[in-house]
Design a protein around this ligand. Structure first.
Ligand SMILES: Cc1ncc(COP(=O)(O)O)c(C=O)c1O
Length: 370
């Protein structure tokens, strides 16, 4: 613990206070009246817990119905619902990747992807972030005879930038590499129907499986793995986090029906998110604050040192803005940051007030302002 403290890495559980600039509730669906009502109704009808794993008595009608619905939303054949995105990534990677396989993995991929690859015991070949040339080189130079996988997030959770999915799809087609995409931060937001960055980039036919968390823009909890029928059936046979765990509460699945309805019926939420994102990113850039290659609702303000990120976050919290510092190992060493997120419920005056406060605090940090 002393070492953790000395490195400025002590994590603390803080209460939720202030205006939300840190959650993943991008569309505000966690508090949408229809989503809340559907969950309450389901609790009244069917109770709280699922009572067992999906393979035993935990497989209620809500799960089958939402999986079918999600598969349609994603434009594919089938989907399987996991209790969390973390469990989904472990399940997918352990089930499909074998110890003699090669996994090409973006260096900024989420911990759940890294842990899934570890569980698979395959060789992980880390490639520089979103670097299509380097990953192509690695794949072309890899030994023949092993099954190859390319695994990436579509929208990166800590940098807010997008993977070059169309280029990856082309590369994977040419090199017989299996493409798996984690849509955690893109599902519900991007593409004409809001099903994610795969839809936006028209790469669905080249992507084998997507992992789509349901606790972020969808506002509830859990994650859907979407893909071909046979692959979903295989997960039911092999995905250990799915098989050996109690199913999530069925009302959670019921609430997700409402989330998908809202995403279809209220495209103005996605438009508001885009407008708010453009406004805040513009204001922050105008203030001369570096936000890297962010092109989305996730805006990183990289402050470098852990203590510096914590103290700027603290000062913003004192002004009523809920902003959190992200430190290693969540982000690479020396890149501690504020991870600012925008949501559809922000209004313009709040965004302007926040940008002013951020500018004032960040100006104190000479390394940040140009
Ligand atoms: C890219 C990515 N994948 C997976 C997960 C895990 O999802 P969950 O929070 O549902 O476990 C996260 C969570 O932040 C994430 O950012």
């Amino acid at each position: 613990m002393e070492e953790i403290d000395a490195a400025g890495l002590r994590r603390r559980l803080r209460p939720r206070t202030g205006i939300d600039f840190c959650s993943n509730d991008y569309l505000g669906l966690s508090i949408h009246p229809q989503v809340k009502a559907k969950m309450v109704e389901a609790v009244s009808d069917a109770g709280c817990g699922s009572t067992g794993s999906r393979l035993i008595r935990g497989n209620t009608a809500e799960f089958s119905s939402i999986e079918k619905r999600f598969a349609q939303f994603k434009g594919g054949k089938a989907a399987l619902y996991f209790a969390t995105g973390y469990a989904a990534n472990l399940g997918v990677l352990e089930a499909f990747v074998g110890r003699n396989d090669l996994v090409f993995s973006d260096e900024l991929n989420h911990a759940s992807i890294i842990d899934g690859i570890r569980l698979s015991r395959a060789k992980r070949i880390k490639f520089p972030h979103c670097d299509i040339d380097r990953v192509a080189e690695f794949i072309h130079n890899s030994p023949a005879g092993s099954q190859k996988f390319l695994v990436t997030e579509s929208l990166f959770s800590m940098d807010g930038d997008f993977a070059p999915l169309a280029s990856y799809a082309e590369l994977c087609r040419q090199t017989d590499t299996v493409l798996i995409v984690d849509e955690a931060h893109a599902v519900g937001i991007y593409g004409a129907n809001g099903s994610g960055w795969v839809e936006h980039t028209g790469t669905a036919n080249e992507v084998f499986l997507t992992v789509n968390t349901a606790g972020k823009a969808l506002g509830v909890a859990g994650a859907f793995v979407a893909g071909p029928d046979w692959a979903i059936d295989f997960l039911i046979q092999r995905a250990r986090p799915f098989i050996f765990s109690t199913a999530p509460p069925p009302p959670v699945a019921a609430a997700l029906e409402a989330s998908l309805n809202v995403i279809g019926d209220e495209p103005e939420r996605r438009q508001a998110l885009r407008k708010n994102t453009d406004l805040l990113r513009g204001l922050i850039r105008e203030a001369g604050i570096e936000i890297g290659t962010s092109d989305s609702q996730i805006i990183p303000v990289i402050l470098g040192q852990n203590e510096r990120a914590c103290s700027v976050a603290e000062e913003l919290q004192q002004e009523g803005f809920d902003v959190r510092a992200f430190r290693p190992p969540t982000v690479p060493d020396g890149t501690a940051r504020l991870r600012i997120t925008v949501n559809a419920n922000h209004d313009e005056s709040t965004l302007r007030r926040f940008a002013q406060a951020l500018e004032k605090k960040a100006r104190k940090c000479s390394a940040v302002c140009s």
